[in-house]
Design a protein around this ligand. Sequence first.
Ligand code: AMP
Ligand code: MN
Ligand code: MN
Ligand code: MN
Length: 276
Amino acid sequence: MPVYDLHCHSTASDGVLSPRELVQRAAAQGVNFLALTDHDELRGLAEARATAEEHGIELVAGVEVSITWRKSTVHIVGLRVDPVDESLVLGLQRNRLGRAMRAELMAEDLARLGIVGALEGAYAFAGNKELIGRTHFARFLVERGVVKDVKTVFKKYLVKGKPGYVHHEWASLADALSWIRAAGGQSVLAHPGRYHFGRERMRDLLKDFKELGGDAIEVVTGSHTADQVPVYADLALEFDFQASVGSDFHAPGEGGRELGRLMPLPLRCRPVWEGW
Ligand code: AMP
Ligand code: MN
Ligand code: MN
Ligand code: MN
């Protein structure tokens, strides 16, 4: 059985391994199909593809698009996208532009608490200066000794209602799906269990996602517990979505799941790779 890992990050977004190091690590972990899915960014894909060819693993061109759905931030993964499609490239560029401004506001908010130098500190962790994000701020806060680890940062800072959180309006769900479709890709609702939506709100999201042409949902992800997997497998079946599998790996030793180390997809699911 081939090993699929269809969600992970490199230094082109908020991962700590270069695309080359990431693919080497995936190969060492026995991954056969790896999708690099950097946030709002495609620039890591060429290096990842070249490395994958050297190691005999299949690189799936991917991206994780940040969107705002009914005032909540939601992530949509695109798989097998054409990385030079104009509509996708321009759409992602627009999403990236908002990040610099949000970062300034985040730093101002932290400065009000006496945490100074956060903007420069976060940028120092950003391998891609166009892709400044909360994870870079989180690593800065750990380095500064404000919080003991990245996981704890996202409990006390940078999330709704906590210092350093700044609401941001990303692309719409319809936009993200139209860019992914234009680029010939499949669209996947990322880590549905992470949104803490109630049952009705989750169903509303799945309904909208279906109506707008969404293809799949992540049933197995690094952030789902063993109990959540069957819940999302059932929802995939009910709404007739394919099912995807991805670690959402960012960094060794940061608390997330290792590349390729995931539970198997429940047998009742239709895998997102069924037509590949
Ligand atoms: P951004 O797109 O800049 O708002 O940052 C979102 C990123 O922050 C996610 O992709 C994760 O890498 C990270 N993140 C968000 N919440 C958590 C959490 N609870 N634990 C660890 N990382 C998180
Ligand atoms: Mn991330
Ligand atoms: Mn995500
Ligand atoms: Mn991710």
